[in-house]
Structure formats: C-alpha cells, structure tokens
Write a protein that binds this ligand. Structure first.
Ligand code: ARG
Length: 467
C-alpha cells in the first residue's frame, strides 16, 4: 500500500541501485542534458563500438556479447538517424538513452558495455570527437572563403581604391591588396584550427571515472580505432578538462572578430555614399516601407553573430574557472555554448563566402575616391626626399603646405599649377606630376607585401599554392 513516504516515481534504471525514489521534477529538469547532447549520438555510438570491440579483444567480454552489442548499437544508430528513436528525459543524457535502448534490444549483454568505462570518459570522448569534426569543418569552410577572396583579388589586382587609417583616406591601395589582407587573417584562423586539432588528438576513453581501471584494457587500440593519434596520458586530466572546447571557442571568437570587420566594411562600402560594392539580391533585403532600400542584413547579422560567439567563450571560461579536479556536473554546461558558437560560425563563414563571391565591385567609384582626400600627399613628400634631397620631416612640412593650398583652392594636389608648387618649394619640377596619380602611387609601392599590383600577384601565388 502506498503511504506518504513512498515515492511513486521509480529510481534511475542505470544508477538507481541505492536510491529509494526517483528525482523531483525540478531535479530531473536541471539534471537532464538529453535536450542538447543528443547531438552527440553518432560519436557516442562510435565510441561504444570501439570500446566493446576492445573489451572483446582483451577477453574482458565474450565475442558473442560484443557481436550483440555492436549489432544493437548499429540498429540504434539507424533508428536515431531515421527519426525513429524516442529520447527520454528520465534517462538524463545521450549515453544512458543509448544504453537503455540497447538493453531493450539485446537484453543482458547490454549491461557489459559499460565495463571499464564511466560516463566521465565517455562524454569527454564524445565531445572531443564532435569538436574535432567541427574544427575540420571550420578548416574546410575557411578554405572556401579564402578561395573566394583569391579570385576577387586576382580580378582586382590593379583596381585602385582609397586605403584608410582612422577610416580617413590615407594612401591609395588596390582592392586586390585589401582582399589579400583578409586572406592572411583567415589563413591564420585556419592554422589555429589545425593546431587545435593537434592539441586535442588524444583519446580519452579508458580514463574511466577519473583513476583509470583495473581491467586489462588497451587504450592504444581504442585510440587508433577512433582516429586519434594516441591515448591521453593522465586519467584525472582527461575527465577534468574542457580546454579543447575552450580552444575551439577562442578560435571561433577570433575568426568571428575577423568576419565582423569584413562585415562592417561591406556595410560601409555598400552605402550609396561610398558605393564601392553592390551586394547581390541573394545577400540583401528590402525595406517594407522605403522602396529604394537594399539592406546588407546578412553582413549585419555576421557582425552580430560575433557577439554571440564571444558570449559562449566567456560563458565556458567562467563555467570552468575554479572547478576542482576531476569531473563536476558544471561541465555538462559546456555543450550548448559550443554547439551555438559552431552554428553561428558556420553560418557567418557561409554567408561571407557568398557575399564576397557575389558582390559587384564598382571600380570607377573606388578609383574616384582613391584620388580624392589628397591620398597621394605621401608620394609628393617621397618625391621631395628622392628628387630634391630633402629630409623626410621637411618634405612632410612642404607637402602639408601644398595640401593646405589645394584645400583652400578646392582642388586636388595634381591640379595645383607648377607655379603654386614652386612658390612652396623652388626645387619642385613638372616631373612631380608623374607621382601624383593614384596608379603611379600604387605601382611604386613594391616593397615586399606592399600594394603594387606585382606584389599583390606575388601574394596571390603564395596563397594559391597553399589553399
Ligand atoms: N551528461 C553528462 C555531461 O554532459 C555526462 C557525464 C555525467 N557524469 C557524471 N558523473 N554524472 O557531462
């Protein structure tokens, strides 16, 4: 007979041996991770198959039980993939959902799968495998973005545009050179992803709860089967750390920061006031009230996704900060941050790749803007150093006076008559006009990494060979 001390809820079928009753509804809600960690189903099943195969190889379970387990796990994999799997919150997480289903499918042999392992090394394994795949995907996607930039850079190796500092016209550059700046940034992001894969390429399975296990397992065998370079070396560290996830988030945050700068430039360039680029219809939206508008929403959203990714990085750093070794349940909160950031990063890279490929570059507008704002003032100063032997500081001063005069006359430097220039410095000759055009300015900047078309082509060739 039920009395008021009897809880009608049953205790957990996986670990409930010492529990008289099941969890409170709130306990179940705060504890369950199945709502998000079901994303790890493929990794969980792969890990279990490798583990069971190793257990049988080592004589820890029978070959017959291993066959049943592997067959059952493959059945579960296709059930989940085809949407025919019922996830249960009472079973907390992906690990116990899979194991409970295995028991229904194959009976008592299922109970042998969890020999010589714990959910602590299991979750560390599943999550590492997931993050590793995501880093590989990030690398591939960045390669696509770099390829888009290389094509645009090649097309515009000679197209002149204003280069900016403080968003004020500084010196003329080529659009190809500007594109190649992003290639460098995304190239470093991709290298960071590659490094992170090297750092995490160690198999956690077999660390068990935290201390390792007394069963004669072979961790090198499971590491190899799961595509890891080697097993992790310290079982306590293995189940404690999430630095591989934090490293992914840091890389995502840095790449996101780069993407947001590109996004901001596209927003600025596509305004009618700049008019440097026109976004394709595929990557812009209209206004419901102002018929003339074409808005760069995709670029704005990329800019905003960066904020989300930064939030995830700070969240996980804060979750992990101050946790004693080894596993604590706090660490369950790692996954949503990483999943959300990964989704944001993928979307942002994909949208940017599309925008860069599709946008129309208005070279005439860029060229006109490149010539305004006294962008060749440095070239005049350099000419004075080279041809008239002035110290650079004096040349700078003379040029400043020429700019002030042009400004007061409302004309460009190249439009000042020679007599005006000679009134400022007697050694100026009409040869100076050769360096005052934007084309001459960019062509002269042949220093390694500079904006001269020949240098830009060298940079493109370097990256083509590496992409
Ligand atoms: N769902 C848990 C997580 O994501 C799995 C590990 C649980 N381990 C434990 N000792 N309760 O972290």
């Amino acid at each position: 007979m039920a009395d008021d001390t009897t809880d009608t809820k049953s205790s957990n079928q996986m670990w409930g041996g010492r529990f008289a009753s099941g969890p409170d509804a709130i306990m179940e809600e705060i504890n369950a991770s199945i709502g998000f960690d079901k994303k790890l189903f493929a990794q969980d099943i792969r890990g279990s198959i490798a583990h069971a195969t190793m257990l049988a190889h080592q004589g820890i379970i029978s070959a017959d039980d291993k066959d049943k387990i592997v067959h059952g796990l493959n059945t579960i994999l296709s059930e989940i993939e085809s949407g025919n799997f019922e996830f249960s919150r009472q079973l907390e997480d992906i690990h116990m959902n899979v194991e409970a289903r295995l028991a229904t499918l194959i009976g008592p042999a299922a109970g042998r799968l969890h020999t010589a392992r714990s959910r602590n090394d299991q979750v560390a394994l599943d999550f590492r495998l997931w993050v590793k795949e995501e880093l590989e995907k990030t690398e591939r996607m960045l390669t696509g973005l770099i390829a888009a930039f290389l094509d645009r850079a090649e097309e515009h190796a000679e197209s002149v545009m204003p280069g900016f500092t403080h968003l004020q016209t500084a010196q003329p550059v080529t659009f190809g050179h500007h594109c190649m700046a992003y290639v460098e940034m995304f190239g470093r992001d991709r290298a960071r992803a590659r490094h992170a894969i090297e750092h995490l390429d160690e198999s956690p399975i077999g660390a068990a709860a935290l201390a390792g296990t007394g069963y004669p397992i072979d961790r090198h065998m499971t590491a190899k089967a799961l595509g890891f370079r080697e097993p992790t070396r310290n079982s306590i560290d293995t189940v404690s750390d999430r630095d591989f996830a934090i490293e992914f988030l840091s890389i995502a945050a840095i790449a996101g920061m780069h993407l947001s700068r590109l996004a901001e430039e596209i927003v600025i360039w596509s305004t009618p006031q700049f008019g440097f680029v026109r976004l394709s219809d595929a990557f812009s939206t209209g206004s419901s009230i102002m018929p003339q508008k074409k808005n760069p929403d995709a670029a704005e959203l990329v800019r905003a996704k960066t904020g989300r990714i930064n939030g995830s990085l700070v969240a996980l750093l804060t979750i992990m900060k101050g946790l004693p070794l080894a596993y604590s349940k706090d660490m369950q909160e790692d996954k949503e941050q990483v999943f959300d950031a990964a989704e944001s990063l993928e979307l942002a890279i994909a949208a940017m790749t599309g925008m860069v490929r599709d946008m129309t570059v208005n070279t005439a507008r860029m060229k006109a803007a490149a010539g305004s704002g006294y962008s060749t003032a440095t070239d005049l100063a350099d000419w004075l150093v080279r041809e008239a032997g002035l110290p650079f500081r004096d040349a700078h001063h003379v040029t400043g006076r020429a700019v002030a005069l042009a400004e007061s006359k409302g004309c460009d430097l190249a439009e000042l008559p020679l007599s005006d220039l000679q009134a400022i410095h007697a050694d100026i000759t009409d040869k100076v006009y050769d360096v005052l055009t934007v084309e001459a300015s960019v062509a002269s900047r042949k220093s390694f990494g500079g904006t001269a078309p020949s240098e830009v082509r060298r940079q493109i060739a370097f990256w083509r060979a590496r992409n």
